[in-house]
Design a protein around this ligand. Structure first.
Ligand SMILES: [Mg+2]
Length: 376
């Protein structure tokens, strides 16, 4: 491993990125509200990464971006680089389908096993599953062997979290640490002196498990809120776990309604926060715990580029959220070959973009924040 110095993701993607709200950082690109009308998405919802409508929005953005950079050049094929088989794989095939493009996807996750790449398919679309990020070089050769040129007719969609930054299996624990610290800080701020860190941690460690995903919807805002309520003493973790397992507390909405029914028992500041989150849940906001997400932004950028310029790569991977050298290197090459690069992040905008106040203090969106590049 080597430390390749400081840069930001914007070095290679510019502002060609969407966070969860699907409003591109590049303000020359159409807004989600306009895209909905253009591609026929009804309602006001923000499509999630696994939905076909998400693919349709991304295709519209890719075509708009290509028209700005290279008028008259059409996109004919798609490459996806990500880190999760099902989530990124599904986003990949939905973009291919919506664009009517052939595609190839690289899915990387560093594992403690001999280097290996498996080519498989997801609903007919090829996936190149690699257990080393260094295998991106082989993936480039694989694309060539497939007769898949990477040129001005190629759009490259790049997953941000745990791919471009915080490479899965190598550096992703630092992204998770930022989130958990943010939840802890938020809950600690609300509960003050009554905050019991051990009680909070036990609740978080158990309820984050897949067994409880039907209850938490695997939604980090919901999980943080549930741990907050347990931390306040209104619910015992053991009682709640038993209720969930017995089907008496089937989902998050049942839970927040049960809290609402007893809201008078909550301490003042927690009651106000509960009221805010409850109101946002009613309107369908999937990231209703705003204070947590603002703290997540602070904790995330606080782990970027803060170590000395000449820090050892092992220290950087342990404590910083680093840019994946292998991804950056290949993206710079592919951009040179004329490909359109576009990044996706599933993180809520509140956790990715500074508030006006922080922006004035010099903070930047995650893709424009300097951090170290580390890789083999
Ligand atoms: Mg990812």
């Amino acid at each position: 491993m080597q430390n390749y110095g400081l840069t930001s993701v914007s070095e290679f993607v510019g502002d060609r990125i969407v966070y969860r709200n699907l409003d591109a950082a590049d303000e020359r690109l159409p807004r989600l509200a306009d895209i909905r009308a253009a591609v026929g998405i009804s309602g006001n919802t923000i499509p999630r990464k696994s939905e076909l409508d998400y693919g349709r929005v991304i295709v519209h953005l890719l075509q708009s971006a290509r028209a700005l950079d290279a008028p008259g050049t059409s996109i004919k094929r798609l490459i996806f680089v990500g880190d999760t088989h099902m989530n990124d794989g599904t986003a990949f095939i939905n973009i291919c389908r919506a664009g009517n493009w052939p595609g190839l996807a690289f899915i990387g996750a560093e594992k403690n096993a001999p280097p290996q790449a498996d080519v498989t398919t997801l609903e007919g679309y090829p996936l190149y599953l690699a257990n080393r990020w260094t295998l991106l070089t082989d993936f480039d050769a694989f694309c060539a062997r497939q007769g898949f040129p990477v040129d001005a007719h190629t759009a490259v969609v790049l997953d941000l979290d745990k791919t471009t930054i915080g490479a899965r299996g190598r550096n992703d624990h630092v992204i998770d640490a930022a989130r958990v610290t943010a939840i802890k800080r938020t809950v600690g701020d609300v509960l003050g002196a009554t905050f019991d860190a051990a009680r909070f941690q036990a609740a978080y460690d158990q309820l984050k498990l897949a067994e409880f995903h039907p209850f938490t919807a695997d939604n980090q805002d919901y999980l943080a809120y549930i741990c907050l309520v347990i931390g306040s003493g209104m619910y015992e973790r053991e009682t709640l776990v038993a209720d969930v397992r017995a089907g008496r507390m089937p989902d998050f909405v049942s839970f927040i309604r049960a809290v609402e029914a007893r809201a008078a028992d909550l301490p003042d500041n927690l009651r106000a926060l509960h009221a805010d989150i409850y109101a946002r849940v009613q309107t369908g906001d999937p990231t209703p715990f705003k204070a947590f997400r603002y703290n997540e932004y602070r904790e995330t950028v606080g782990r970027m580029g803060m170590l000395p310029a000449d820090a050892a790569p092992e220290d950087l991977l342990a404590r910083e959220i680093c840019i994946t050298h292998e991804v950056r290197e290949l993206m710079l090459r592919w951009r040179e070959q004329g490909a359109l690069l576009f990044a996706l992040s599933d993180k809520p905008d509140e956790a990715s973009i500074p508030s006006d106040e922080l922006r004035a203090a010099g903070y930047a969106p995650i893709h424009r924040t300097l951090t170290h590049v580390v890789g083999a």
